[in-house]
Ligand binder design. Structure first.
Ligand code: FEO
Ligand code: CA
Ligand code: CA
Length: 659
């Protein structure tokens, strides 16, 4: 996202809980080097197969016990070079087609407004069109319960708006209509897609088509629903909120619902006085400030004036469950999963069929969480799972320097999470999840983004830590075992295996899979044992059913212009084989974009990927009239405005993607 709109410069965590930075870095680096010498296979550029526990082996043994012996996948495509071209490039034998972009009609019957290249669509039209800045995404086969790989629904997040592009004259004037249009361009689109002779296309109209935006009524459920901290003048029940926003990464459930995750929600509120109020935790620990991040909603929508509505911010920062198969169903904010800057929610299923969701809190020095449902899910009765996400246990991760880890429980009455320490009940604890995690001593990480689970064993988890240029700066936590680089411009990927390969376990073993980038620290770890393609700032992450780990990058446009990043090209997508350390570049995006959002059809012969914010400048918002504009993707010179969109990738021979 754009510099001016993002929270990349925000650090809210000045808690004194142990980050073990003082003790760990030397230990970790020594172990890392040893692992390479003892041979975890070839390492790729940017790869560090750290040798804390032999996690790949542990996962394989566990899978073998379960009768699912793992064989490393083999990459079957020719890698592509770095690119600075304003286009999407995929390997020979593959094709990428645009299937949906910002402003395309989602498919509401009798309401199919055409996109206007000059940005003049009204907010009412925008409510029937795809939102801006596509992010997390999932494919749901049609009909429900099938494995249809030629017809289904795409649920697509729209993370934020670039108002310089959204309106004809950008933000030169500022009106209530523009605020409404921006709110309508946030949220989620549900579109129907079908494969035909001309390839994949949207079905228009579609009885499933839907927009969920910041103007859509959502229910609030779970332990914080109805809590005093969730009540407002407009909603004295504390059980209903208008809309969702900053929908970043995603998740899905085994009962066919979509999870959309609210990330940098604080940037929409203004509250110059919050520090002086009892509710000041939103200022101190969540970054609600005197100024917003540039959205200017509060000027025309007092709901976003947190001085007037001090509880309204408490109603954002949640995971929201949407049933894509029922367009009239109400989205539900599931408070049991905690309140922070949610990136995504990756599913694992425990042996007893309880569902586990791994979740990053994407800010510098924030934490990694997981939620374990209280009850198993019922594979035969969809309705029985309707409120499964309302009861369960939330944990936060502590990474010990010896390669062990612990899940610290965030339950009222345990681990000092008592009224005396500021948590009157579970509802308050969840509204203040970050403070609870501080209290139990979670590990401060380098911006946890996506998580993903190896579907073959359910207990091997990966997480991207995208970057943290503040690590090691004066007054900030220094490098530690889990975040080993100061000034971490390029990020890394962490891997852990739950005890017994059971995602409901409370202990784990971890190591670092990848140090991304091209800096000296990464290269020193390779000792010449390099095989693979370079990338930076991993963000999107997906472990597919064939054993490939797909990594999508979000090098910020400010970093793209740093000399340290020279020669590393536009943002991209890489396929990796974790067991062998191979990494191969599969896709490069247009200029100024981030690659994010990944969804396969069940047969893995179709891959959907999102291109977010093509043409993003390194400062301020886009101005389509700027003669220095770097991108007009996807519509070329005629397009006028670059547009975020979904591309669909298939193989010319109809084969499985990546193999
Ligand atoms: Fe919206 Fe952390 O990426
Ligand atoms: Ca992201
Ligand atoms: Ca990112």
């Amino acid at each position: 996202m754009t510099k001016s709109y993002s929270d990349k410069n925000v650090i809210c965590n000045d808690s004194t809980n142990p980050a073990f930075s003082q003790i760990a870095s030397a230990i970790n680096l020594n172990l890392s080097r040893r692992s390479l010498l003892t041979g975890s296979g070839a390492a790729a550029t940017g790869l560090l197969l750290a040798g804390l526990p032999d996690l790949a082996s542990a996962a394989a043994q566990s899978a073998a016990r379960a009768g699912k012996a793992l064989k490393p996948a083999a990459l079957g495509f020719a890698g592509i070079p770095l690119s600075d071209a304003d286009t999407v490039t995929v390997p020979a034998g593959y094709r990428a087609q645009l299937v949906n972009a910002w402003g395309d009609a989602v498919g509401l019957a009798g309401n199919l407004p055409a996109f206007k290249q000059d940005g003049s669509n009204s907010f009412v039209e925008q409510m029937a069109q795809s939102g801006m800045h596509h992010d997390g995404m999932h494919f749901f086969p049609l009909p429900y319960g099938s494995q249809n790989s030629a017809h289904g629904l795409l649920a697509i997040n729209h993370e934020y708006t670039d108002d310089g592009l959204l309106h004809t004259d950008g933000m030169k004037t500022w009106t209530a209509e523009k605020v409404r249009k921006a709110q309508a361009a946030h949220g989620v689109s549900i579109i129907e897609v079908k494969k035909g002779e001309a390839g994949w296309q949207q079905v228009l109209p579609s009885s499933y088509a839907r927009r969920v935006s910041t103007l859509t009524a959502c229910a609030i459920s779970g332990p914080a629903a109805g809590h005093a901290l969730m009540k407002t003048v407009d909603d004295p029940t504390g059980r209903e909120v208008l809309g969702t926003l900053n929908n970043c990464a995603n998740g899905w459930t085994p009962w066919g619902t979509y999870l959309t995750c609210e990330e940098n929600w604080n940037g929409y509120f203004v509250d110059w006085s919050n520090n002086m109020k009892p509710d000041g935790f939103n200022a101190k620990r969540y970054g609600v400030k005197e100024k917003d991040a540039g959205y200017r909603w509060a000027e025309h929508d007092l709901r976003f004036d947190a001085q007037l509505n001090p509880h309204e911010p408490n109603r954002f920062g949640w995971v929201v469950e949407i049933d894509p198969y029922h367009p009239d169903s109400k989205p539900v904010k599931r408070t049991a999963l905690g309140r922070f800057k949610h990136e995504g929610a990756a599913l694992a299923i425990a042996p007893d069929q309880r569902c586990v969701f791994y979740m990053g809190d994407d800010e510098r020095f924030e934490y990694i969480y997981k939620f374990v449902t209280k009850r198993p899910y019922d594979a035969k009765n969809r309705r029985a799972n309707a409120n499964l996400l309302d009861e369960g246990t939330l944990y936060v991760a502590k990474f010990n320097a010896d390669g062990s880890g612990e899940w610290l429980e965030l339950t009222h009455g345990k681990n000092g999470l008592t009224a005396a320490n500021g948590f009157a009940d579970q509802g308050e604890l969840l509204v203040k999840t970050r403070l609870a995690a501080d209290h139990v001593g979670a590990t401060k990480m380098d911006r946890p983004e996506w998580t993903t689970v190896n579907p073959h064993n359910q207990g091997e988890i990966f997480c991207t830590l995208t970057n943290n240029s503040e690590r090691g700066k004066e007054g900030k936590p220094g490098p530690d075992a889990a975040n080993p680089r100061a000034n971490n411009l390029f990020g890394h990927i962490m891997r852990w295996v739950e005890a017994g390969n059971n995602p409901a376990a409370t202990t784990f073993q971890w190591n670092i899979l990848v140090l991304a980038g091209n800096d000296k620290a990464a290269k020193d770890e390779h000792k010449g044992n390099i095989k693979g393609d370079v990338f930076g700032s991993p963000d999107g992450l997906h472990f597919d059913a064939n054993g490939l780990l797909w990594v999508q990058t979000d090098v910020s446009t400010t970093t793209l212009n740093k000399k340290e990043y020279a020669g590393m090209g536009n943002n991209q997508m890489v396929a990796m084989v974790p067991e062998t350390g191979e990494a191969r570049r599969f896709l490069t995006g247009p200029r100024g974009c981030e690659i994010t959002g990944i969804a396969f059809t069940p047969d893995h012969k179709t891959l959907f990927v999102n291109i977010q914010h093509p043409g993003e400048p390194d400062s301020e918002r886009n101005d389509p009239a700027n003669p220095k504009a770097i991108s007009s993707w996807p519509n070329g010179a005629l397009g006028g405005r670059p547009r975020s969109g979904t591309v669909v990738i298939t193989r010319d021979d109809g084969g499985v993607i990546g193999l």
